[in-house]
Design a protein around this ligand. Sequence first.
Ligand code: 5GP
Length: 302
Amino acid sequence: MAESRTVPEVDRAAAARRAVERRRARAAVKRDLTTRVVTPQRVLDRALGDADSVEGSMRVTDFLVSLPAIGAGKRDRILTELQISPVKRLGGLGVRQRDVLREWLDRRFPPLEPRGGRSRLLVLAGPTAVGKGTVAAHIREHNPEIHLSVSATTRAPRPGEIDGVHYYFVDDAEFDRLIADGELLEYAVVHNRSRYGTPRAPIDAALADGRTVLLEIDLQGARQVREAEPAATLIFLLPPSWDELVHRLVGRGTEDEEERARRLRTAKVELAAQNEFDHLIVNEDVATAAAEVVDLSSASAR
Ligand code: 5GP
């Protein structure tokens, strides 16, 4: 009898491995929360949908301190106010606790309000390396009915890039002229290097033809479009996880530590801009993300 109660060595090793994996997975979700790659409401939904999920097994204390700008002191005050015991796990919250936590989250981190009456001018932006160029290229290939804006840039063409298709490659003097003549809807210096701008005339012509126009530009440009065309539809592309974005940003590990840290800091600042947008789309898979952008274009009224 005594023997049958002993957990075999292999099972214990497997259980220990599983526990380590779950801790790692919980740590990854915490990083996603801190960097706003995932909304707290979505994590709560997953936890409540399946108490055995990674999210369900997360302590409410760990959940709260992972949220932007919530430290240990604030966390304790929130738990007292909401009357939730600090030993609770998200998946084990009672009905009242779920409701008060969700209400609190909606107040503290208001969900994006879909703004009505958006125009057919779509702007796709997001953090560096999230893959917006790949999503735009997919749309160029599969949705010729959408007019993909061709930007002007002062950077040199890369192998395979065609002038007039991927960019209008111009020199500094010509870029200055485009600005002076008011031919650009927006423009910015990107990555402290070259200038990029969106020619206004082809966009106006395509919109006048009743077509949808897609701009794939950086955050500074997206803000300028919002100023110039307040009805534009602003889309923010999110990575599937913070770890995946880090991988895409510094994956090859060819940068020194300082450059690596700089890129990660920039990515965090860029992710914090998502609330300025009308829609969030997760780039889990290029074809799906592209289809979601295209769906938004048919949903746009004007
Ligand atoms: P790349 O040089 O790799 O093609 O593009 C670098 C960055 O420039 C990308 O983040 C892209 O979104 C941004 N970009 C491309 N065209 C424009 C533009 O017309 N305006 C602005 N503001 N950014 C652009």
